[in-house]
Design a protein around this ligand. Structure first.
Ligand SMILES: [Zn+2]
Length: 69
């Protein structure tokens, strides 16, 4: 009776390669999206971050209606 460990697999968002579950990801496997730190850094660099608004989207009132006090 041979039982292979059944590891979940995900596709890396940066290099698009499948990678298997690792013990170091045991705690936050749900959050893992990249096969390595390198891929995470590569993807995180240059991409627009959803939390930071674009400068063009700044409402005009924020430029003008500034309290002078
Ligand atoms: Zn990768």
């Amino acid at each position: 009776m041979h039982r292979k460990p059944h590891l979940p697999i995900k596709n890396c968002l940066a290099c698009a390669r499948p990678f298997a579950w690792r013990k170091k990801w045991a705690r936050d496997w749900n959050e893992v999206r990249y096969c390595s730190d390198r891929c995470r850094r590569e993807k995180g660099r240059g991409g627009p971050s959803p939390s930071a608004p674009h400068p063009e989207y700044a409402p005009p009132t924020s430029r003008r209606g500034r309290p002078a006090s």
